[in-house]
Design a protein around this ligand. Sequence first.
Ligand code: PNS
Length: 162
Amino acid sequence: MRRAVCPGSFDPITNGHLDIIVRASRLFDEVVVAVGINKTKATLFTIDERMDFIRQAVRSHPDSPTNVIVDTSHGLLVDFCRVRGVQSIVKGLRAVSDFDYELQMAQMNNSLAGVETLFMSTNPQYAFLSSSLVKEVARYGGDVSGLVPDIVLKGLRDRSAS
Ligand code: PNS
C-alpha cells in the first residue's frame, strides 16, 4: 500500500492544509495526518480538538476522501513512518521562504531512515495563510471565514467568546 503522512501541529488546520491533504489523498492509497504532540509548544487547541477539526474538515470537503486517517505523533517523524509503514512525507510549500527549513528536514529524514519527502505547491489562494496568522487575526476579531474550515471558525469563535 502506498501510504503518505502529512505532518504538522495543525493548531488549527487551515484551508491551505486541507487542500494539501485532499490533493495527497488522490495520489496515495492512504494519507495519515500526523498531529504532532510537542509538550514544549503551547497550543490554542488541545490535541483532541485539533484531531476532531481535521476529521470533520476532511468529511465536509466536497471530495470527502475516505482514505485519510488522523493520528497523533510523538517524537521523531521517521519513527512514526516506520511504525505506520509510511514511505513518504507530503509537505505544502507556500513560498521560497518555506524551502530552506523544509529542505533541511527532508534531507535529515532521508538520511535518518530513507523516507522521501514530496513537496506540493500550495494553492495560490492560500499562499499567505498560516495557523499563527489565523489565530492572531481571529484573536483581534478579524474575519477568517474562507481561510479555515467551518468547524475551526466555530472553534475560534467559541474560544474568543469564553
Ligand atoms: O506545523 P508545524 O509546527 O510546522 O509542523 C512541524 C513538524 C511537526 C512537521 C516537524 O516539527 C516535525 O516533523 N516534528 C517531528 C519531530 C522530528 O522528526 N524532528 C526532526 C525533523 S528533521
